[in-house]
Ligand binder design. Structure first.
Ligand SMILES: C[S@@+](CC[C@H](N)C(=O)[O-])C[C@H]1O[C@@H](n2cnc3c(N)ncnc32)[C@H](O)[C@@H]1O
Length: 278
């Protein structure tokens, strides 16, 4: 049954409701396009089309959830990372664009090397491992996470992209003795416990994906301290971090001794990734 709402009226209404978002009209259009199963350009081209009652109800419900702070990707159920669509939900962190530098550097380090062994530690919804499986057809991939929930979502994403037979998913605390690796990638929790409790991100995304302890460095320190035992000679550790770049470099130099440790900036020029080459 038709509602009394046209597309243009629904977008105006949504834009008003989402007034405090950074881009309220864009979000309203994305949500309506999602429920109508059309593109945003279709929305622009069909302002006078009437919405059905069920579509309007779903759209209004999503506006309510969005105004209570729920992230847009969780409402949509998918999000893009490295040009690849990932199913996302509360079981895992929403992939962030800054993590793409780990994928880019891994691809460049891997080159055409056949049978290169790569592990993605703390894989979440499978982002890094799946992006690498799709871009490095000869690589042997492993993905670990301490969260069984995150791993089940990562497996679903690997099936969706037909790389489930190329990635071995392992539930573990950081790394187990699955042999040595050429590349270890990791985007592990790096917020402080206080930030996790106070920032809006901590209200909706899993605490296990965010909380790095009182200093934010507990898990990262453990990773840097143990990664060397799991790297082949000439292997690389590529790890994202938040703040504390000086401390991270200090830790890396301490635990890796003579290895080449450097910080790589993100696109905004901010140190964002530790790269260690043994
Ligand atoms: C910041 S999220 C990153 C997820 C994904 N790599 C991404 O970039 O979108 C950190 C992930 O590490 C996992 N994790 C936290 N502590 C861990 C540990 N000790 N060992 C393995 N995984 C851990 C969390 O469950 C979460 O999925």
């Amino acid at each position: 049954m038709k509602s009394g709402y046209t597309v243009v009226k629904a977008i105006r209404h949504g834009t008003k409701i989402l007034g405090s978002a950074d881009e309220p009209q864009l979000e309203a259009e994305v949500l309506l396009a999602h429920y109508l199963n059309v593109s945003r350009s279709w929305i622009a081209g069909h302002p006078e089309e009437y919405l059905s009652e069920p579509i309007l109800a779903s759209y209004n419900n999503s506006l309510r959830r969005r105004t209570s702070g729920e992230p847009l990707p969780y409402l949509l159920g998918y999000w893009e990372f490295f040009g690849i669509s990932f199913a996302v939900d509360k079981r895992a962190l929403i992939p962030r664009p800054e993590t793409e530098i780990i994928v880019e550097h891994s691809i460049s380090v891997a080159g055409n090397n056949p049978n290169i062994r790569i592990v993605d530690v703390g894989t979440g919804c499978g982002t890094i491992a799946i992006a690498l499986a799709l871009n490095l057809p000869n690589a042997l991939l492993f993905a670990t996470d301490i969260s069984q929930d995150a791993l089940s979502l990562a497996r679903t994403n690997s099936i969706r992209h037909a790389v489930n037979n190329r990635i071995k998913f392992i539930q573990t605390d950081l790394l187990t003795s699955t042999g040595k690796f050429d590349i270890i990638c990791a985007n592990l929790p790096y917020l402080t416990t206080q930030e996790t409790c106070t920032l809006v991100v901590g209200r909706h995304e899993p605490r296990l994906a965010l909380d790095g302890g009182p200093s934010g460095l507990n898990i990262i320190r453990q990773m840097i301290a143990t990664a060397g035992n799991h790297l082949k000679d000439g292997g690389s550790l590529l790890m994202e971090f938040g703040n504390s770049s000086n401390k991270i470099l200090e830790m890396a130099n301490f635990y890796f001794g003579s290895a080449n440790c450097k910080l790589i900036p993100d696109y905004a020029g901010r140190p964002r990734m530790l790269k260690v080459t043994t």
